[in-house]
Design a protein around this ligand. Structure first.
Ligand SMILES: Nc1ncnc2c1ncn2[C@@H]1O[C@H](COP(=O)(O)OP(=O)(O)OP(=O)(O)O)[C@@H](O)[C@H]1O
Length: 367
């Protein structure tokens, strides 16, 4: 992973480093500890700050849903956590996985983690299946490379069970990739990722490209892996229902930052950040009588708005919001939000808690 290239300038009003950095209780039960992670892409227009000071933790077997509108940095964060970013990306901060910091790790070392430690289910899985190799040979090769101690029989058993889980019958084990439909090839690819029982899987929008049946299968298999092998999961999706159903925790991302994070029931039941409230209101449910859209669009990440990046669209914006970056506040046990509505009051100058009207937001941003 490339480090520190084209470092973006520090914002003048940079928030204090994540207060959890110092206290970060890195117990042996922790699988992943991310601190102040920044990822940016060098472009002709300047650095695109796709991930900006993100901190989060994940324990073995835990499932964290990552939600937010398109372009807010979810895929970049998911790939960054696995060290699978394109060469144009630069990183800074800390990604401690099983005790080792992935930032600055050599590409060869990172590659050695893929498979047994890490797995990724892509938005659109690249068809990496070799047309000249039978499905069985793909599984044998993968298992032999990463788990050479398995006997042939054990490997075959593992492969067949992974395939069965994805709805591919054992009778097709010795078929070639071209004998399957596109959807089936995708499922074979997913089975190839999961057969290694990785400690951590990033599933990036695994459901949009697949039909509803497969969606249910994937969610079920991931739940089995979590239960049986303590696989931790980062589930990136636009489907809040799936997050509510299958995740323990949820992180809400807006314009490169996590604006709220906590237990799924807490966050969805009592959202603390106006963005989360708007996002929840814009989902369609059986009770929906009219469609609700969040006005405006997410900002350009080359030049995001100052202070809280959501303030130009926020129905509850205050004078402090464009002036200062919000800080993480624990609104309940294990539930944090970065929003001035929750203080801390000591950092809000007198009078700055007055509401901003939409007209005033434009003036504040131009100033
Ligand atoms: N290779 C790249 N080079 C330059 N900019 C990029 C690159 N990949 C992503 N970006 C930009 O980074 C920002 C975050 O993109 P990302 O794909 O991570 O968002 P996302 O939340 O996953 O979106 P979606 O839900 O549509 O998949 C966007 O502004 C995007 O245009």
């Amino acid at each position: 992973m490339s480090a520190d290239r084209d470092r973006p300038p520090e914002p003048e009003d940079a928030p204090p480093a994540d207060s959890r950095s110092e206290s970060s209780a890195r117990t042996s039960t922790e699988l992943l500890a991310v601190r102040d992670l920044r990822i940016w892409y060098g472009t002709d227009r300047g650095p695109v700050r796709a991930v900006d000071r993100v901190s989060l933790d994940l324990a073995p077997g835990q499932a964290l849903g990552l939600v937010g509108e398109s372009g807010c940095g979810k895929s970049t964060l998911g790939r960054g956590l696995l060290g699978m970013l394109p060469p144009a990306a630069a990183t800074d901060g800390e990604i401690r996985f099983q005790g080792r910091n992935l930032i600055g790790m050599s590409p060869a070392r990172l590659r050695s983690l893929h498979g047994p430690a890490h797995g990724m289910i892509f938005q659109e899985p690249l068809t990496r299946l070799d047309p000249l190799m039978r499905v069985s040979e793909h599984f044998e090769e993968t298992l032999h490379t990463h788990q050479p101690d398995l006997t042939r029989d054990e490997a075959r058993h593992r492969a067949l069970s992974a395939l069965r889980g994805m709805g591919i019958p054992p009778t097709r084990y010795r078929s070639y990739p071209h004998e399957f439909s596109g959807g089936m090839r995708q499922r074979i690819m997913i089975a190839l990722t999961l057969v290694l029982r990785p400690a951590f899987v990033v599933a990036d929008e695994p459901t949009t490209a697949l039909d509803v049946l497969v969606e249910a299968q994937i969610v079920r298999i991931l739940a089995d892996l979590r239960r049986n092998f303590a696989t931790a999961l980062l589930l990136i999706t636009h489907n809040l229902g799936i997050v509510a159903e299958s995740c323990d925790r949820v992180a809400v991302m807006y314009a490169g930052r996590i604006v709220e994070e906590g237990d799924v029931r807490q966050v969805f039941g009592a959202p603390a950040h106006p963005y989360t409230r708007e996002l929840l209101a814009s989902t369609i449910s059986l009770a929906t009588t009219e469609l609700h859209y969040i006005p405006g669009a997410p900002p350009d990440l080359v030049d995001p708005p100052p202070g809280c990046r959501f303030h130009p669209r926020c129905p509850e914006a205050m004078r402090v919001c464009p002036a200062r970056d919000p800080v993480d506040v624990e609104v309940d046990v294990g539930h944090r939000a970065a929003c001035w509505l929750h203080g801390p009051e000591s950092l809000v100058p007198p009078g700055m808690d007055a509401r901003l009207t939409q007209g005033a937001i434009g003036v504040a941003d131009e100033a």
